[in-house]
Design a binder for this molecule. Structure first.
Ligand code: ZN
Length: 300
């Protein structure tokens, strides 16, 4: 008994120093989990199956945000549902907003769309507005692993070496994954693709894919009749090879749009990983899942 008490007394201070970290979405949670390794597990806010643009925190989650030592999130551009919980944190509480962080590559919506897409009937596109889906570029994930390790080391200097070592191993893992996905997608780079919501610009830019448009805008709000009519005309005109539904949205609309056009309906994409098991492996599963779903449809 005395032995156990002695052990607890010596073990507790080191454990107490590991920051209590809250994250917004599964890919950010996965990156933080890799950097923390065996030292601790971050909390994930976005529920399984939920839409990253339209979510409501439970009161217990809002308290977790308020009481956390560190929030790692993309930023207010992606998750307005986090704004009031973030505002409830004490002045000077640590937060790492990744989209706005130094070294993050950023893009605007529509930047990857071909010239003339405007005339093909898209209505209300927010071209040029900030695209917050920056985790879909693995180069950003690589930059973020370093930033997360630096921030954790600042809050918990005793474990700095562990955070840095874990981040370096995770960077190597992303490099290997990236090479594998680039090879998988190389044969379909000339195939014209349409996605459900405009979330894949970073992914398309990174792997050189031809993204011809999307059913819904970047915030995944319901598309209007004019936008749908324009997209249907684009599909009927030919050239588009695959149209992809998404896991959080009913595929009926996508199937209806593609019907009779000869455009193949691919598997459901999951841009935020809300269908995946949360954990350190979710980042690789997320990117790999998107790449395989695209390749499976477009390579036929
Ligand atoms: Zn989105």
């Amino acid at each position: 008994m005395r032995y156990i008490i002695t052990f607890l007394l010596t073990a507790t201070p080191a454990l107490a120093d590991v920051p209590n970290v809250v994250t917004d979405i599964p890919p950010v949670h996965a990156l933080v989990a890799q950097v923390m390794g065996d030292l601790g597990a971050p909390e994930l806010l976005l529920a399984k199956g939920a839409d990253e643009h339209d979510f409501q925190l439970k009161p217990s989650q809002a308290s977790a945000v308020a009481d956390s030592d560190l929030v790692v999130w993309i930023g207010p551009e992606l998750t307005p549902w986090l704004d009031s919980a973030m505002a409830s944190r004490p002045e000077g509480a640590a937060a790492l907003a990744l989209l706005d962080a130094e070294g993050t590559a950023r893009r605007g919506y529509g930047a990857a769309e071909p010239q003339g897409a405007e005339e093909s009937g898209h209505d209300g596109d927010d071209h040029g507005a900030e695209d917050p889906h920056a985790w879909l570029d693995p180069d950003n994930a690589t930059v973020w692993l370093g930033l997360i390790a630096t921030e954790l080391a600042r809050l918990d200097p005793e474990n700095a070496v562990t955070y840095e070592t874990n981040a370096a191993a995770a960077v190597d893992g992303i490099a290997a994954l990236d090479a594998e996905l680039a090879a998988l997608l190389a044969p379909v780079r000339d195939k014209s693709l349409v996605t459900f919501h405009e979330a894949f610009g970073y992914f398309g830019d990174h792997y050189g894919l031809k993204l011809a448009g999307s059913v819904a805008l970047g915030d995944a709000s319901s598309p209007g009749a004019a936008r749908l009519a324009g997209l249907r005309a684009e599909l009927e005109a030919g050239g588009v090879v695959c149209l992809f539904p998404e896991v959080q949205h009913d595929p009926a609309l996508v199937e209806q749009l593609a019907e009779g056009t000869g455009v193949r309906v691919g598997g459901a994409l999951d841009p935020v990983g809300s269908s995946l098991e949360a954990g350190p492996g979710a980042y690789a599963a997320l990117l790999g899942g998107i790449a395989r779903t695209i390749a499976d449809c477009a390579a036929q």
